[in-house]
Design a protein around this ligand. Structure first.
Ligand code: F7E
Length: 325
């Protein structure tokens, strides 16, 4: 029988790659979107334009439990991937209430609605390396204590515990992926990798003169988004539900990323990059670097791209946005 999957955040980077993967596996794919996304589909649904008509979109709001219940009862999914979240790591006090409320309540509403109406549904929750936050040891794995330093990380830790609670108390097949940064041509422009690549391309084309960035010495464990959605899928195909770190096990600096991206376009980044304190965040004493040994051992997961390969793909795709217009 055809499996049915329901994805929240289907129009985002991860949701769109996951939809591609599930369609290729023969799933019937459903996604939850906000009404505003349908109204502005050229912009807000651009990542899933290529699968238009092959995925079924449901208008619902993650802060409205009734709309979620209605969708869940309509779809009766076999698998639910909860990817939607306020995902920018903001240190702004003004953002705290909405990030916390949105991220925690949406996870709780979904788990509660699934438990009530389709408890056999397998559930994936998008956790984050920001749950580890200000770490004392590196690399981190599934046993490393959480110590979130931004409200985004706090919200993700709460969601993680909700998932674990529903697994242990109600026997649901619910898993958390603790995902480190993962990038692709579909990454949002607010994140540093896409900001660097899009600026480098615009500078190359004479459309922009410089780019302002924060700390070039910040380290990140950057992987390839399609590999990470494959990890999500593998978690829901496993024998038993569990939580897994998904990472590459190596870190690079923002400076290395900038140098490689500009280098792909034969540009010397030092002539174009300005440092702006508004983009600085509290510095990390110990870098966030994940150990993917458990998912490699238990589920056979492995990454398919190195960072220079990801950067080259992002630059090539960004250039195409201008040449195919
Ligand atoms: O920052 C530094 C910044 O905003 C990466 C999300 O998917 O991954 C992502 O969160 C690094 C940080 O991603 C700029 O300080 C320097 O050290 O691309 P980002 P993030 O905050 O790591 C985690 C795992 C998630 O779960 C999140 O949802 O780059 N950086 N200069 C800058 N960052 C930005 N955004 N802009 C700059 O100009």
């Amino acid at each position: 029988m055809t499996k049915k999957a329901l994805i929240t955040g289907i129009a985002g980077q991860d949701g769109s790659y996951l939809a591609d993967l599930l369609l290729a596996q023969g799933y019937e794919v459903h996604g939850i979107v906000r009404r505003i996304a349908i109204e502005d589909s050229a912009h807000k649904l651009k990542n899933i334009q290529h699968v238009h008509g092959r995925v079924k979109l449901h208008v619902a709001s993650l802060d409205n439990v009734l709309s979620l219940i209605k969708t869940i009862r309509e779809v009766m999914p076999d698998e639910c991937y909860h990817l939607a979240a306020s995902s920018f790591v903001s240190y702004s006090f003004e953002d705290e209430m909405s990030i916390l409320n949105n991220n925690i309540n949406s996870t709780h509403y979904l788990l509660a609605a699934l438990k009530e109406f389709v408890p056999r549904c397998r559930f994936y929750y998008a956790g984050s390396s920001e749950m580890f936050g200000a770490v004392e040891t590196s690399p981190q794995d599934e046993r490393t204590p959480f110590n979130p330093r931004a409200i985004y990380g706090v919200s993700k830790v709460a969601g993680y515990h909700l998932v674990k609670n529903y697994r242990q108390q109600y026997g649901m097949f619910a898993c958390s992926g603790i995902l480190y940064n993962h990038e692709s041509p579909r990454r949002g422009y607010e994140f540093v990798t896409r900001k660097i690549v899009s600026s480098a391309v615009r500078i190359k084309l004479g459309l922009q003169e410089s780019v302002s960035l924060g700390n070039l010495d910040a380290h990140r464990d950057w992987g390839y988004a399609p590999d990470y959605v494959n990890a999500m899928w593998l978690m829901l195909q496993a024998q038993d539900p569990d939580d897994y770190v998904v990472a590459t096990g190596e870190t690079h600096t923002v400076r290395e990323f900038v140098e490689t991206a500009f280098g792909c376009l034969d540009l010397d980044y030092r002539q174009y990059v300005k440092i702006d304190p508004q983009f600085f965040r509290p510095a990390e004493q110990v870098p966030l670097c994940g150990n993917p040994a458990k998912i490699a051992r238990d589920l056979g997961w492995k990454r398919t791209r190195t960072l220079p390969e990801i950067i080259r793909e992002m630059v090539t795709s960004e250039l195409e946005l201008y040449t195919t217009k």
